[in-house]
Design a protein around this ligand. Sequence first.
Ligand code: NAD
Length: 476
Amino acid sequence: MKTYQQFINGSFVESHSKEWMEVENPYTGEILSRAPKGDADDAYAALEAAKKAQAAWAATTASYRAGYLKKMADLIRSHRTELAKTLASEQAKIIGLAQVEIDFTADYFDYYAGWARIYEGEIINSDRPNENIFLFRKPIGVVVGICPWNFPFFVMARKVAPALLTGCTIVLKPSSNTPNTTFEFAQLVARLDLPKGVLNFVSGSGKTLGNALVKSPITDMVTLTGSVEAGQEIIRTSAENVTKVSLELGGKAPAIVFADADIDLAVKGVLDSRVIFSGQVCNCAERAYVHASIYEKFVEKLAAAMKSVKYGDPFDPQTIYSSQIDQAQQTKIDEMVIRAKAAGATVVTGGKKADTKTGYFYEPTLLTTCRQDMEIVQKEVFGPVLPVLPFTEYDEAIALANDCEYGLTSSVFTTNINTVMQSIKDLSFGETYVNREHFEGMQGFHAGWRKSGIGGADGKHGLMEYLQTQVAYVQF
Ligand code: NAD
């Protein structure tokens, strides 16, 4: 069993709390490691280090800072196999997907390194004849990054890369379920001559360590990826110091399948959404609306596809998905399905915990006879469960899709270009995918509407989150 330490001010140090959290492999039940259960003193030490380092770091050039991002990408690539195994073990992510996440993360560091010579300020026309108005973009300062367990390595990079490039320093907290890949990365980073305090990694619970990081007056910005409930709590806590927040929260993405859709493509897109990483992906389709004329055919094909999905050992190359992250998540899914059945849902396939020797599995589940107001249609499940509802009119489909407190992503399947453009216009979501699976690119902008978040990540607009403006009026 490995023991990790907090990474503060360039060194691995013991937590002030002297308490530990055990990290379990959800598939085997094996205890893989113990990580510090950090407290408010750890938060203070990490934030102090980040504060002390920030001015000197911001005074370097962006291309100098980009050099470190490129080195991080290289280190990840040269350890890609070990990192993928660590990731697959700590969260039962199938090894193929874990490898994709590791490789994508290396590319992500390279991508933001490429922004060093691209982002710029502005010169604005003045109302006075002899005046220039300059808009400078300056780093926001000390950033606190708080990560979820579902894509712990990639989401870490999503916060670290833009923060460091723009001249911010950062304290990053992984989820208690999945600190291993983050601390393995910390050990790689420790080999670099990165100035002390620029990048700090601390583990602990959200309620104790996370809260102390958010509450501190040292913190200039909090970027959280997590649940709506954690986002709401962070808004409340950050109110005292009016700290900037950037929140990427939950989703309940709709997929609309129109009468003229390529049904096999739609079945594949929706199936992939529900079974990838056991349905534990914020942006994937969690409810489908299918035109009445193809509804039966769609349900039949999707049910057959779901029945053939192989779940099991994350290291078996044949496995499509593995265990849920923990027993609590498995129980939550099961209870939601039980309540859906009681409210009138019909189970076409699945509908129960899977009978496996190890792990916390849930069967791929397809539900019909659901109503729009049911919990299973309105609330995030985060498991391999899909309610499918019929519609007859275009306006009805759009209204049903938009009728949700979340607004992260959406998708449409159609072969009519007018329907494509009209639905992009009418859907109220941060992202819309057409005739494809839900998954964003690093050059886009991943930002949820409504309760799915504030601000966003990736691309040019994600970089801007870490910059604040200063406008200078220069009369000559
Ligand atoms: P979670 O909200 O339970 O935890 C996320 C992180 O927040 C953890 O590190 C946790 O310790 C911390 N935290 C919790 N309460 C806190 C508090 N009061 N103060 C400070 N920190 C606190 O979420 P999770 O279960 O790890 O992840 C699953 C959720 O994340 C789902 O709802 C999913 O939709 C969402 N998610 C969203 C995106 C996105 O891009 N929008 C991406 C991945 C996951």
